[in-house]
Design a protein around this ligand. Structure first.
Ligand code: G3P
Length: 218
């Protein structure tokens, strides 16, 4: 399973990279705005800064919603660095743009996936990744994890090479259950990645080991 971090915060990206478990980064316009990154050139520079930290797989999202501009924007984003994966929303022009960018050898991540039909379309268009939003489905009383399982089962029936990138992960159990289902990638906030470290028995066990060591070495 690949681990991506879902943030545009450079410190968090550096920390995750230093932990030695990071396979990529996903961003979106909301995450960029949260870091105060606005304006075309600043945004492009920020993507380059992210690329300079990680080994590969930096999802950079287009803002356009029409085919021509999406393709133009996608090419400009891909031109920043070979590590860029162009993130395209699941709309009609987006599907066309995914097919066009794929034909040019540009990697894509189809975002805002909320049902299996959308995941089939994205895979047919040649998307490298599809991003179903688990947490947002749970928020509206749907079952985000069930969608991951459904897409995995559909892709297994065929030869789609599209990877399932579970997004909108809110807590540890989302991530663990995605791993059980077989999601190819999980993109998580830094708090979820570090949350995987935690267990009270680990803390108390370590405390006792260290206390016993001290006793024996008096
Ligand atoms: O990668 C998509 C993700 O950023 C959405 O997460 O928590 O805003 O639903 P959230």
């Amino acid at each position: 399973m690949k681990f991506f971090i879902d943030t545009a915060n450079l410190n968090e990206i550096r920390e995750a990279q230093d932990l030695g478990v990071l396979d990529g980064v996903t961003t979106n316009p909301s995450l960029m705005a949260k870091e105060g990154i606005t304006g075309g050139q600043n945004i492009l520079k920020h993507y380059k800064d992210i690329c300079n930290i990680v080994d590969d797989n930096v999802s950079a999202e287009v803002i356009a919603t029409d085919f021509e501009t999406m393709v133009e924007e996608g090419k400009a984003l891909a031109g920043i660095d070979d590590k860029i994966v162009v993130k395209i929303p699941m709309i009609k022009d987006g599907v066309k743009a995914i097919a066009a960018l794929t034909a040019e050898g540009i990697r894509t991540n189809c975002t805002l996936i909320f049902n299996a039909g959308q995941a089939i379309l994205a895979a047919k268009a040649g998307a490298d990744y599809v991003s179903p939003f688990i947490g947002r489905l749970d928020d509206v009383g749907s079952d985000g994890l069930a969608l991951i399982a459904q897409i995995a089962s559909i892709y297994d029936n065929y030869t789609f090479e599209t990877e399932i990138l579970a997004a909108s992960i809110r807590h540890n159990m989302h991530l663990i259950q995605c791993a059980e289902i077989g999601a190819d990638v999980a993109t998580c906030p830094w708090s979820v990645i570090t949350g995987l470290l935690d267990h009270p028995l680990t803390d108390s066990g370590l405390e006792k080991f260290l206390a016993d060591y001290k006793k024996g070495n008096k």
